[in-house]
Ligand binder design. Structure first.
Ligand code: URP
Ligand code: ZN
Ligand code: ZN
Length: 435
């Protein structure tokens, strides 16, 4: 089948006072061992500058050993950001921008900025992505926990309940509708957010929902583990929810309410996680998954009978390539496509352990999991890089994949705009005839 494409990773990301332990080499090596041949990472601007952020990430990615592309985060707004967005799209191969509605005081943006960003994305044919949690309410929720004396990792989940994810998801969806531009909701972790996406899609709105592996196969029980190191490894945002959300997200994926699976691979080791030993607000947010995604999605979705093998290829590879406008170069095995291919043995089995994985982190949120199916061979650009449980990767051999704007999600946007304008003409005809 076509190699996996992970739409959501953070390699060598500076975040919460530290940097993720996996860089573009170790994270990609892990990905290849798990059958993923391309990932799309999030460039974080440097002092608000997109160009400086892009240059910094190009440097970080020089040690790459597989295909990668970039999304770009937007963390402030002014004329130069707006101008630089155009440079990113027209000259640098970036066709998506992420807006953080959470992380108050660092990455969070206002509704005003989100609106301006949505407008700008639309004009450039770029896809707007949102991290949907109400950051102001999360801030209050965190204070509430600390005031109650709840300082451990469980406080992380308690401080930012599903209702705050549902609220922000609904708000972003409605603002995207107001602007009439497609929206991509990253890491959908709750029924609350999923149902907002379902409602919008049913009404015809172009909204993409991306669950991540942790949300599909884990529940919050780990966060309550009395051992800090164990509990802290599960801290990510939005939080891993209580049991029930996982099954509902699986069902949504199987029925097409959600369209593709990412990982949000963002690893910090136990020492880094221990920054928050006395205060969950200081635990760097993020979990692993880049190596485990293909196996866990197969076992959870195909082996359980919820989706077909064809669906599996769609949600782990093809749909991502279509959304980010690189299909059929990626996401397919066709004449003319890049030869990114995996051989998957459904009769074999996998077992996950922190001691055997290829990521640099010393913990694994899927530690001990076993299941059916195994990626036996990974081929990138025609070269075998994973076979007989051995990696043959060369730092610097990875390719940057430029992603052009105006994906299929933009089809019909102009017609809807024209229809809206003409609908105004009847009631306010006097303005249109006066000029
Ligand atoms: O906890 C997470 N998700 N860390 C990575 C940053 C983000 O919000 O995607
Ligand atoms: Zn996020
Ligand atoms: Zn992320």
């Amino acid at each position: 089948m076509p190699g996996g494409i992970d739409p959501h990773t953070h390699l060598a990301m500076e975040f919460m006072g530290t940097e993720t332990i996996d860089d573009f080499f170790s994270g990609q090596a892990a990905a290849l061992a798990g059958g993923t041949t391309m990932h799309i990472d999030f460039v974080i601007p440097v002092n608000g500058s997109l160009v400086a952020g892009f240059e910094a990430y190009k440097k970080k990615a020089m040690k790459s050993c597989m295909n990668y592309g970039f999304h770009m985060a937007i963390t402030k707004w002014d004329e130069s950001v707006s101008r630089e967005m155009e440079i990113m799209v027209k000259e640098k191969g970036i066709n998506s921008f992420k807006f953080f509605m959470a992380y108050k005081g660092s990455l969070m943006i206002s509704d005003e900025l989100l609106l301006q960003g949505l407008e700008r994305c639309k004009s450039l044919g770029a896809l707007a992505m949102v991290h949907a949690e109400n950051g102001d309410a999360v801030f209050e929720g965190q204070k509430r926990m600390i005031d109650l004396g709840i300082t451990g990792p469980e406080g992380h989940a308690l401080s930012r309940p599903p209702v705050l994810e549902g609220e922000a998801t609904a708000r972003a969806i409605r603002l995207a509708k107001f602007v009439n531009t497609p929206l991509y909701v990253v890491h959908v972790m709750s029924i609350d957010a999923m149902e907002e996406i379902a409602r919008a899609r049913k009404s015809g709105q172009k909204v993409i929902g991306e669950p991540v592996v942790s949300g599909l196969v884990l529940n919050d029980s780990g966060l309550w583990d009395p051992d800090f190191v164990t509990a802290a490894k599960y801290v990510m945002s939005p939080p891993i929810r209580e049991s029930g959300h996982d099954k509902a997200l699986q069902a949504a994926l199987s029925t097409g309410v959600l369209q593709l699976v990412g990982t949000d691979h963002c690893t910090f080791n136990s020492t880094q996680k221990a920054f928050g030993i006395d205060d969950f607000r200081k635990i760097p947010n993020g979990v692993n998954g880049i190596e485990e995604r293909m196996h866990l999605v197969w076992d959870t979705m195909v082996e359980s009978g919820q989706i077909s093998v064809t669906d599996f290829v769609r949600i782990t590879s093809t749909e991502c390539a279509r959304i980010f406008n690189i299909y059929p170069r990626k996401g397919a095995i066709l004449v003319g496509s890049d030869a990114d291919i995996i051989i998957f043995n459904p009769n074999s089995s996998f077992e996950i352990s922190a001691s055997m994985h290829h990521s640099r982190t010393d913990t694994n949120v899927y530690d001990g999991r076993k299941g059916k199916g195994k990626v036996e061979v990974t081929i990138v650009g025609g070269r075998v890089v994973w076979q007989d449980d051995e990696l043959k990767v060369v730092p610097g051999s990875g390719k940057y994949i430029e992603m052009p704007p105006f994906s299929y999600l933009f089809n019909g946007i102009d017609k809807a705009d024209a229809k809206y304008l003409s609908s105004l003409q009847a009631p306010v005809k006097r303005y249109f005839t006066a000029s």
